[in-house]
Design a protein around this ligand. Sequence first.
Ligand code: 5GP
Length: 116
Amino acid sequence: MSDTIFHKIMRREIPADVVYEDENVIAFRDIAPQAPVHVLFVPKVDFATLNDVPEDDAVVIGRLATAAARYAKKEGFAENGYRIVMNCNADGGQTVFQIHLHLLAGAPLGRFGTPG
Ligand code: 5GP
């Protein structure tokens, strides 16, 4: 079984500010927020990176995205807007190898994707 920091959060072995949870997804605030709202949506099935998700399990990714959108609506910033990001491997900047979606919101966000 994978054992990342996010698995420890899911098992409540280390604390996190959990904002949403259901049988498939847990969401908690990022410890180093990059925007006024920065929440991580993590599935309860183990996939280290997006590269590891087979077509048959695409619903796992869909659940993360729809959970993020529901959270945005509930918190009242869906109309203003937000960004969801999934980093993959070294060039993508991934540091925790359990897939997760970043939800960033709360202010106009800068452009992204430039090298460096
Ligand atoms: P990645 O770089 O893999 O896409 O994103 C990992 C994210 O996890 C980073 O934004 C980082 O700040 C966050 N993170 C790392 N360790 C912890 C932790 O112990 N608790 C929480 N809440 N977030 C963490």
